[in-house]
Structures are given as C-alpha cells and as structure tokens.
Ligand binder design. Structure first.
Ligand code: 5GP
Length: 371
C-alpha cells in the first residue's frame, strides 16, 4: 500500500502486464501501418511513459509529437477539457494515431476529435493503454486498447493523483476501503465511551462525540457554536445543517485519521441521510454502525453504581434510567432499519470484560478491512 497526499493506493497492474499490453498495441498498429510512416501523438501529461515504451516496442519508421489537454482535478473529471498545447503542424495527408494513457468518460477523446477534425489528416486513430469501457460514453469506437479496467481511480505509470504518482513503474488503485467510518450506538451505560477510546487507539480513528463537539464550540464561542447556542437558548433543536457543519470541521481538522467514530449522531433517519450526503462530498462513507447491546437490568445496575460514584443525578434514579432506555429504543429503531437495509448494521454483545468486548468490536472492524 502507498500513500499519495491523503489517499491510500494498492498495487493493481504490474510492470510486466503493462509492458505486455503495450507490445500488444504496438504489434496491432504495426500490422496496420507498416507501409507508411505514421505520426504518433501522445496526450500529455499522463501518456509520456506510455509513448516512450510504445515507441520502443514499435518496429517500423514513425514520428512522434504531443498535445496537451487538461480535464482531471483530484479524483474526478471536471468535465472541462482545455487544449494547452495544440495539434502538431504539417500533419496534412498523414496518418495520425493518438496515444492516450487512459480513456474514462470520453470527454478527452471528443476534444481530440474536434481538434483534429480541422486538420486534413489522412487517417485518425485512437490507441489507449487503459480503457474504462463501462463508463466510456463517446460515439467514437476506440481503435486500440491495452487493458480494460473497471471504474476505479488509478495512479502510476504516468497517471497522477494531484501530480503525485506519475513516476511509479506499476499502476495502483485507490483503496477506498482504507478508511473506517463507524457509527456507535449504545444505551447509556453500555460502554460506548470506553470502547471508543480503545478503538481510536487501535485503528487510528478520531472519536467525534457530538455532545463534546457542541460543548467545545459553544464554550469557545466559535461561529457555529454561537449559532447553535442561539437555537438552544430559544429552546429549539439545533438544525441538522449546523450539526453537520460542526462534524465537517472535525473531519477536516483530522486529515491524517484513518477514519472516524461518530457518537451521538445521527439520531434520526433524516440525520443519517444528511451524514451520508456530507460524507459523499468527502469521498467517504459509513462502513458500519455498531450497537453495543446489553440487557437492561445489567445496565441499570451499572448505571446505579456509576451514579453513586459520580453523583450524576440522572444515573441514580431507576425510573429516569428506564425513560432514557425507552427514548433510545424509540429513536434507534428506525436508524437500525436504515443501516440494516444497507447491510451495515452490526450488533455486538456488550456484556463481559472490557477486553472481550473490544475484541468483539475488533472482529467486526477487521472483517470490514478484509473486504
Ligand atoms: P475522460 O476525458 O475520458 O473522462 O478522461 C480522460 C482523462 O482523465 C485522462 O487522460 C486522465 O488524465 C484522466 N483520468 C481518467 N481516469 C483516471 C484515473 O483513473 N486516474 C488518473 N490518474 N487519471 C484519470
């Protein structure tokens, strides 16, 4: 696994496979063009390595030139394809074969066809080393391709992620599974706080407890804290957008975290949807929600013990505790369904020693990592 900027990538296509694919393309083109001297036009920047190895594998006379376009920023195509270095001169009457590193949606191909349509070339063909055939929606049939790949972001062998990774000899694929984002549910007394602190150490996760985040923002008088307080003072619920904004700040403050444990949010299905929508904008998602389950009677005993020590009045009254449990059951039931429908809901037995419970949680997380 390698890390470029903030993302992890895993090995995907070896140098040997790349070279074999290039030889295959070069052999096919050689059969079609051995009687003339074609001009190979590489598309910069990504295709520089491909052009170099392609020329070495091409056995007949040929010329080479480059165009430069730009369309990708980060991990997604911006959709705007600009020409930064124009078509070569004196190509009239010549056969031109474009050498592209990768074809994705086909926007670049369309732009290339536009660029070359004004020139009086004899013939115009496109060869690409990597081809995301499932997402390609261009009208032009690709003439030569090396390796078909699924719609996953790749780097290496000329291809970059924000300019890094071009020098790698193999191709790597974005490891979207590397982050582990969890939602932790549990009744009062179920041991969420204790377990969250173990998990965050073990897996380099950041524990975001919404209650703590609120208190921090309000205490420090941040813009969002002041806004949240204005609702609380009026006795109103803080709107989900404000809470999400605070969570967003927490996520952005921790670029090195391998994931997040959300605790205390979401509490409603609407909030769960809002959280999903927000995570999508960060190319993240909830991988699992874990509910620490425990028998009510056991929890009541635990809380009453805790109340004696801490003096927390809400932990000293059995009736108040039962009310909190009822509220929890009522609120989490729809959320359980929401995450269950996505196959993400895990229930973990919260009775036993702290270590036993931690290892039950670890088992769930390690299964996620193995995917
Ligand atoms: P298209 O215009 O076909 O959507 O995208 C083609 C261009 O987008 C490529 O020339 C390349 O610059 C970039 N691109 C598409 N898919 C990937 C990918 O998986 N990884 C990298 N690094 N760039 C890509």
């Amino acid at each position: 696994m390698i890390k470029l900027h903030d993302k992890y990538f895993k090995p995907f296509i070896s140098e040997g496979e790349i070279m074999a694919a290039i030889k295959k393309i070069a052999d096919q083109v050689a059969v079609d063009y051995k009687k003339e001297t074609p001009i190979f036009v590489g598309v910069l920047n990504g295709a520089f390595m491909f052009v170099s190895d392609f020329l070495k594998a091409y056995p007949h006379p040929c010329e080479v030139s480059f165009v430069r376009l730009s369309s990708y920023q980060g991990l997604t195509s911006t959709g705007i394809v600009e020409s930064l270095l124009d078509v070569p001169e004196n190509i009239e009457g010549r056969s031109v074969i474009i050498l592209e590193d990768i074809i994705d949606t086909g926007r670049t191909v369309k732009k290339l066809i536009d660029l070359f349509s004004n020139t009086k070339v004899k013939e115009f063909k496109i060869a690409t080393l990597f081809y995301k055939s499932e997402v390609y929606n261009g009208e032009y049939d690709i003439d030569y391709f090396g390796i078909k790949i699924e719609d996953r972001f790749i780097v290496g062998y000329g291809l970059d992620y924000n300019e890094l990774g071009r020098n790698l000899r193999e191709v790597y694929q974005l490891n979207q599974k590397h982050m582990i984002n969890l939602v932790l549910f549990g009744k009062p007394g179920a041991g969420k706080g204790t377990q969250a602190s173990f998990l965050k150490e073990k897996y380099n996760l950041k524990h975001i407890s919404t209650g703590d985040v609120f208190r921090y923002n309000i205490k420090n008088g941040t813009e969002l804290g002041t806004l949240a307080k204005s609702y609380i003072d009026k006795g109103e619920l803080v709107p989900d957008e404000v809470t999400i904004k605070m969570l967003q700040d927490e996520v952005e403050k921790n670029p090195d975290a391998s994931g997040f444990i959300f605790d205390g949010f979401p509490r409603t299905t609407a909030q769960a949807k809002a959280l999903d929508d927000f995570l999508v904008t960060k190319e993240m998602m909830i991988d699992a929600t874990i509910a620490l389950e425990a028998n009510d009677e056991v929890l009541i005993q635990r809380l009453l013990e805790r109340g004696k020590i801490s003096g927390r009045t809400d932990d000293q009254d059995e009736k108040m505790i039962r009310n909190r449990f009822d509220e929890y059951n009522e609120k989490t039931a729809p959320l359980k369904d929401y995450y269950d429908d996505q196959g993400k809901f895990h229930s973990v037995n919260g009775i036993g020693s702290i270590e036993d419970i931690t290892s039950r949680l670890a088992k769930v997380i390690e299964e996620l990592q193995a995917i």
